[in-house]
Design a protein. Structure first.
Length: 308
């Protein structure tokens, strides 16, 4: 059912006891004490799970894996909490290969993953832009008839966004809404960003309007992605309209947003608009960079020199 060997995972992480002790010494006193107890076999599964949780909080994924392996050494049967927390520690530090290794070990040990486990796996893959692998895990969840949630969709859409797979991101969001699951702004922003990277201004604008219908509050990220989508498709009028909406909602417009609109005006020779936007940048005391200045200069009258 699973595909982990096929995508070339590394061998099991090898960490010596001395290295583990050195890592634990940098964590909380409780974790260090646990390691002492573990070598004396004076621990139970609850102690193990607490220690792995502390490693996760301290961003020490190597120590969490070593503790996971301690369960085998001390004949403790790791449960879904043990594996899931260790996997989450790897996900937190973007160690996607190690996260998938933990998931495979979990299945081999006949411990049934839950939605939290799978979501952490998809999130780890999303951070590494491994969109194909994230889709495989997403499909496996459905085959096992585990109920998908908002985090499942948000994580896989994020993976698609990072690799400009806008069609897939858009379809997943639509499926998510058809399942009548609650949709948050982060998921919408990721999908709009994917559409922006694919120069799909119509879809980006449609999603922006859906946010209003669903009574969510669009933020600077939402509008900046939609405006950038307009810029890539030379839709300067819509870009300016969205800028006006940002001002009406008292959202803080940054130099990146202005840059995208000025570039759109540059492409379509809208020099009056470019000059007006350039003045607004100055009035807001934003730092004018060479991209903004040169874009404005190219579409204005020749009395403004370009900066090379």
């Amino acid at each position: 059912m699973f595909f982990f060997h096929a995508i070339g995972l590394p061998q099991r992480l090898q960490v010596s006891p001395g290295e583990v002790q050195a890592v634990a010494a940098r964590l909380t006193f409780d974790v260090y004490r646990f390691m002492t107890f573990a070598r004396a076999a004076f621990v139970d599964l609850i102690d193990l799970n607490i220690a792995i949780r502390d490693c996760k909080r301290a961003s020490q994924w190597q120590a969490s894996l070593r503790l996971l392996h301690c369960a085998e050494e001390h004949r403790l049967k790791a449960d879904v909490i043990t594996f899931s927390t260790s996997l989450s520690a790897c996900e937190k530090e973007s160690e996607w290969q190690q996260a998938l290794q933990v998931l495979e070990d979990m299945i081999q040990n006949e411990v049934e993953p839950n939605i939290f486990t799978y979501n952490s796996s998809i999130s780890a893959l999303g951070k590494a832009a491994q969109w194909e692998a994230s889709i495989h895990v997403f499909d496996d969840i459905q085959k096992m008839e585990i109920q998908l949630d908002i985090i499942s969709y948000a994580s896989v859409i994020s993976a698609c966004e990072k690799t400009a797979k806008w069609q897939l991101a858009y379809a997943l969001l639509r499926e998510h809404r058809q399942r009548q699951l609650e949709t948050d702004l982060i998921t919408y922003n990721s999908t709009i960003s994917a559409c922006e990277k694919g120069s799909q201004w119509q879809h980006a604008f449609e999603l922006l309007r859906q946010i209003d219908v669903n009574q969510l509050e669009s933020d600077v990220i939402t509008y900046s992605a939609a405006i950038s989508a307009c810029e890539k498709s030379d839709e300067w009028q819509l870009a300016i309209h969205l800028l006006a909406e940002m001002n009406q909602k008292y959202l803080e417009v940054n130099v990146i947003t202005y840059s995208a609109i000025i570039i759109a005006c540059d492409k379509t020779a809208q020099w009056r608009q470019a000059l007006q936007l350039l003045r607004e940048v100055g009035e807001r005391s934003l730092q004018v960079d060479l991209i903004i200045y040169n874009s404005a200069a190219r579409c204005t009258k020749p009395d403004i020199p370009q900066v090379l």
